[in-house]
Design a protein around this ligand. Sequence first.
Ligand code: CDP
Length: 231
Amino acid sequence: METGRDLVIAIDGPAASGKSTVAIELARRLGLSLVDSGSMYRAVTLVALEREVPFDAEDPLREVAEWVSANFRMETPVDDAPRVFLADREVTDEIRSSEVGKAVSPVSAVPGVRDEMVRLQRCLGGPGGAVVEGRDIGTAVFPEAPLKVFLEAPADERSCRRFEELRGKGGNATLEEVEAEIAKRDSIDSSREHSPLSRAPDALLIDTSGIGVGDVVDAIISALRERGLIS
Ligand code: CDP
């Protein structure tokens, strides 16, 4: 499949809407790199928790974000899930802990944190093209992206998916706890002042309920072909 040299595909959507799985598969099929912005905000949150930085302390949080920006690294093995590192330390599992999940939305609402992360996302996603996924990619990070996709699914289905995913990894959170965390994150992410979660008016809307990852990726590839972005 031929892709344009600097093709950026923006994929946004609420928690557990399927963004990560779809973005990984799409990047593999198109031979593009993957930029998972949620992992970056989660990494900032992990370090802020470890350094006991309060979530309303803008300057210290910006410093944490600067440090993460300089040390963040992601490996995307062909046959395995992506791995996230801060310098030489692997944090793939830690950034998915429930402590980080509970704190990530307040930390991500801090403007200084967002400025730093957006700079990193533009740096990683620009040259060579990429599939970039998050909450504000089509609206704020890459508003000129030639294809923007917004994935959605009803909250109860998203909670069930995340519950299954966590159980598969040996987690012991109840469905009720997962529902509460997702509802809270969606609410903070959508209502924050600085680049909230929202669908760009020109984004392709895909409801992922009851559809497999392969079908969602096929729909995105068809849209790319229709627009002449790949051949
Ligand atoms: O995988 P999941 O949908 O649970 O979330 P994620 O993509 O890992 O993102 C975790 C959190 O990071 C979100 O709930 C947002 O608070 C924040 N985030 C953001 O503010 N902006 C982005 N572009 C990506 C994530």
